[in-house]
Design a protein around this ligand. Structure first.
Ligand code: AMP
Ligand code: ZN
Length: 474
């Protein structure tokens, strides 16, 4: 059995992972607040914990792992979006959830087993808040309920802060109804035009943190194995979740292992709308990057290191994946590909705190070292499939390039051609005939005639073939 070691933010150590119950391994990851398209930073925890999900399923069996990721569908940003657009909250959250699932699937992520929405767990939140008041960890004041951080000795231990430092360093909201500036909101009053639910403290809505505490308790019970999210959530969100859940039940309750991915930047700078380097996953996909290419770039950096998205990396990843996919297409019977037969060396790399960078290096080395080229291609396909890097979309585009004519094109030309055919296939799927025809015409101008056939797109070089034009088309 593959040994899994994970870095635990709570203990600040890499530790051997021992599930509470190997028959019922439970992982919870904080999901998005749904009012807008996911940006590419939001994709990082999704990809990281998807790889962990795949590894856990491989080791413990599919039926013995439950992965839950929530949707925060009650939040002031959603209310503001509804007010400015004149649309209903439900319309906005439903639409955003649909986009999110579509975009994350395009990046090769499996769907979690459970995707609870916060608004479906309001009763459980109200119950939990009432319990916290009864046990002296929370108090009601002016229609609000607040958690009293001084009532929980370990407050700050997850993120490594002391309450005094926090007060000195942070610009916390000072509100007259708070006993201590660090006390955080469990419940707040709602005006008539905002979403609200009846409660013992009047009509109102929950604070953000209580949602994950109530949902994990409802889905998993008092203790579960892994809790994940981006590093920006460690404080205050996770610190507050832990306080709410552990103040009575003790330090060994709630999540056993806390995992945090480092943040993503773009071309060396923090993503920001004003710098013009802020983009959504959908925008990247629409620019023509196949989902696997985006995923490959993410997996090339270990999750606990800051990651830089650059066009250069994406282009290098695309060239490599297209080459591999072409070889797989030419050599391997796809029905025989099985993620279950992933290489031991790859599993060992992933077992070492999810070292995806090393896993990819090993996949490449194994492929290069194997003398039997058919076996090499077959194992490459098994390994890529395990990591979610082998989808039929990209294979079918590459397939067209390889209808026994690959030798007519150099490698960079094949890459350019694969990318264009891929984009054209997608345009056709979306019934965007203008874009599909434009790509066909551009290729013809570069001297390549496309011939659509039932088994895929065939092509031939015309006497006007101009390699520089082809390469410039990408
Ligand atoms: P949010 O919808 O802002 O709560 O974010 C959803 C998830 O995306 C959380 O796990 C965040 O930690 C994560 N996240 C947001 N921005 C980034 C980023 N730039 N890099 C990596 N993860 C991020
Ligand atoms: Zn959460």
């Amino acid at each position: 059995m593959t040994e899994i070691r994970l870095y635990n933010t709570k203990t600040r150590k890499k530790q051997v992972f021992k599930p509470l119950d190997a028959q019922n391994v439970r992982m919870y990851v904080c999901g998005p607040t749904v009012y807008d398209r996911a940006h590419i930073g939001n994709a990082r925890p999704v990809i990281v914990f998807d790889v962990l999900f795949r590894l856990l399923r491989h080791v413990y069996g599919e039926k013995h792992v439950t992965y839950a990721r929530n949707f925060t569908d009650v939040d002031d940003k959603i209310n503001a979006r509804a007010a400015e657009s004149g649309r209903s909250i439900r319309e906005i959250t439903d639409e955003t959830i649909g986009w999110y699932l579509e975009d994350m699937a395009a990046l090769g992520n499996l769907e979690p087993d459970k995707a609870p929405r916060a608004t479906e767990y309001i009763d459980q939140m109200v119950t939990m808040i009432a319990e916290l008041i009864a046990s002296g960890h929370a108090y009601a004041a002016e229609g609000h309920v607040l958690f009293d951080v001084t009532s929980y000795e370990k407050y700050g231990s997850l993120s490594g802060r002391s309450i005094d430092d926090m007060i000195a360093g942070a610009r916390v909201e000072v509100a007259p109804y708070k006993r201590n500036p660090m006390d955080f909101v469990l419940w707040k009053p709602s005006a008539d035009d905002l979403p609200g639910w009846d409660s013992p403290w009047g009509r109102g809505r929950p604070g953000w943190h209580i949602e994950c505490s109530a949902m994990t308790r409802a889905l998993f019970g008092e203790r579960f194995d892994i809790h994940g999210g981006g590093l920006d959530l460690a404080f205050p969100h996770h610190e507050n979740e832990k306080a709410q859940s552990c103040c009575e039940a003790g330090e060994d309750s709630f999540a056993q292992v806390w995992m945090h991915n480092e943040m993503l930047q773009v071309e060396g700078r923090k993503m920001s709308k004003s710098l013009g380097n802020f983009f959504s996953v959908r925008e990247l996909l629409d620019q023509g990057y196949p989902g696997e290419v985006i995923r490959f770039v993410f997996l090339s950096t270990h999750y606990r290191k800051p990651m830089d998205w650059t066009e250069k990396k994406a282009d290098a990843a695309e060239a490599k994946l297209r080459k591999w996919h072409s070889i797989i297409n030419a050599t391997v019977e796809l029905n025989n590909v099985s993620a279950e037969r992933v290489s031991r060396t790859v599993l060992d790399a992933l077992g070492d705190d999810l070292n995806t960078h090393l896993a990819i290096a090993r996949i490449e080395k194994e492929f290069n070292d194997e003398t039997d080229r058919h076996d090499a291609a077959h194992q490459l396909a098994n390994n890529l499939s395990f990591l979610g890097l082998l989808s039929l979309d990209m294979l079918s585009a590459t397939h067209a390039v390889w209808i026994d004519k690959s030798s007519q094109l150099t490698e960079p030309q094949q890459v350019a051609m694969g990318a264009l055919l891929d984009r054209r296939n997608k345009a056709k799927q979306m019934r965007n005939w203008v874009e599909a025809d434009r790509i066909r015409d551009d290729l013809l101008a570069a001297g390549i005639r496309l011939i659509d056939k039932s088994e895929g797109t065939d092509w031939e070089l015309t006497q006007d073939f101009d390699p520089t034009k082809l390469e410039a088309l990408k």
